[in-house]
Design a protein around this ligand. Structure first.
Ligand SMILES: NC(=O)c1ccc[n+]([C@@H]2O[C@H](COP(=O)([O-])OP(=O)(O)OC[C@H]3O[C@@H](n4cnc5c(N)ncnc54)[C@H](O)[C@@H]3O)[C@@H](O)[C@H]2O)c1
Length: 321
């Protein structure tokens, strides 16, 4: 990546900004960020701006002209911009616009600009409820959400762009990503962030459901590293899980969070809201280990510690802006 020009869509968000840091550490000549700042924040890019040559463009990935201009001379693209699963359920048309049309535009303009490789964010949401565990890349698409539908479409589009134009691509199916720079300000904050706010106020963290629902939590810096490995690899078409292979229930997660914050508190349980909730998740990471050399490095306790420390340093809580 040395001396290369890299563009990151959604680069002011959680994962995108960690990719920006990693790309700069790898010696990139220039990093261009396209983000509409619906969730992204300039603060997330503070380290990158200080240590690298970063150009931040506030704009929408659906804006073809902007993409075409910004992609001139770009060697590599990391495509991360998307809206959250909850927002996709609330506004399916926007989900189609950003996830499907936006991704089509990013791929199409990347091809026109002669980009050498595109690494893009897919999601474990494509799998929906498990037919078996751990979920490998051949697991069926049991998805029933607009978000998952969008991510499946992204993978299929990548294949079609490869077939027609020879686009080099890797799609990464992230499992449950957590760590510093998770959105703490917006409407669509995630459960861990809400728990930390409740705990800080001395309130009991709320679990929706019985807490037996499980996930595969993967630390954001491991995700960024997987992106770098995907870009550097000789593999030029492929879809890979990125997780840890470890299943953690919400009950176990809240226990770990409370141990690190306020062991005197216990969770309370409420009826689940109407979003489709996947019952269990555990990634098979054999393929990415073997073909891209990826191993997760940060365990849940260490990752949570880092996240809690970062959250404590933030000037405000997760009140809405
Ligand atoms: N966080 C997770 O657990 C997880 C899991 C699976 C997949 N993913 C995927 O990883 C990617 C990054 O997720 P994240 O957790 O960093 O989320 P994030 O919300 O922090 O980052 C996404 C960024 O995209 C930007 N964005 C949204 N719509 C845009 C548009 N139309 N044009 C330009 N920018 C736009 C947002 O402002 C934000 O900065 C997304 O594609 C997401 O679907 C995330």
């Amino acid at each position: 990546m040395k001396d290369k020009k890299v563009l990151i869509t959604g680069g002011a968000g959680n994962i995108g900004s960690h990719i920006a840091d990693a790309v700069i550490e790898e010696g990139a000549k220039e990093v261009i960020i396209i983000d509409d700042f619906t969730r992204g924040r300039e603060e997330n890019l503070a380290w990158a701006v200080k240590h690298g040559n970063v150009r931040i463009i506030k704009g929408d990935i659906c804006d073809r002209e902007l993409l075409s201009k910004s992609l001139k001379g770009v060697d590599y693209v990391f495509h991360q911009a998307a809206i959250r699963i909850t927002q996709c359920q609330e506004d399916p048309l926007l989900a189609k616009k950003v996830l499907i049309d936006g991704t089509f535009s990013v791929f199409d303009e990347a091809i026109k600009a002669g980009v050498k490789k595109v690494v893009f964010a897919s999601s474990a949401s494509v799998y929906g409820n498990p037919s078996y565990l751990p979920m490998d890349e051949k697991h069926p698409f049991n998805n029933t959400t607009f978000y998952g539908a969008g991510k499946i479409a992204n993978e299929e589009l990548a294949k079609a762009f490869r077939e027609k134009y020879g686009m080099n691509y890797i799609g990464l199916r992230y499992f449950n990503v957590y760590g510093p720079r998770m959105d703490i300000y917006g409407v669509y904050t995630e459960v861990m962030i809400r728990w930390l706010d409740m705990i800080k106020e001395g309130r009991q963290p709320v679990i929706f459901g019985d807490g037996k629902q499980s996930m595969d939590f993967v630390y954001v810096k491991d995700i960024a590293r997987a992106n770098i490995l995907a870009l550097q690899s000789d593999v030029n078409e492929g879809i890979y899980n990125v997780g840890t292979g470890i299943e953690t229930s919400l009950n176990q997660l809240v226990k770990s969070v409370l141990e690190l914050t306020n062991p005197d508190l216990t969770p309370i349980y409420e009826k689940p809201k109407n979003l489709v909730i996947v019952s269990r998740r555990r990634a098979s990471i054999e393929k990415i280990k073997k073909e891209l050399g990826f191993e997760p490095e940060t365990g849940l306790k260490d990752g949570l510690r880092e996240m809690i420390k970062w959250k404590e340093e933030q000037p405000r809580g997760s009140e809405k802006e």
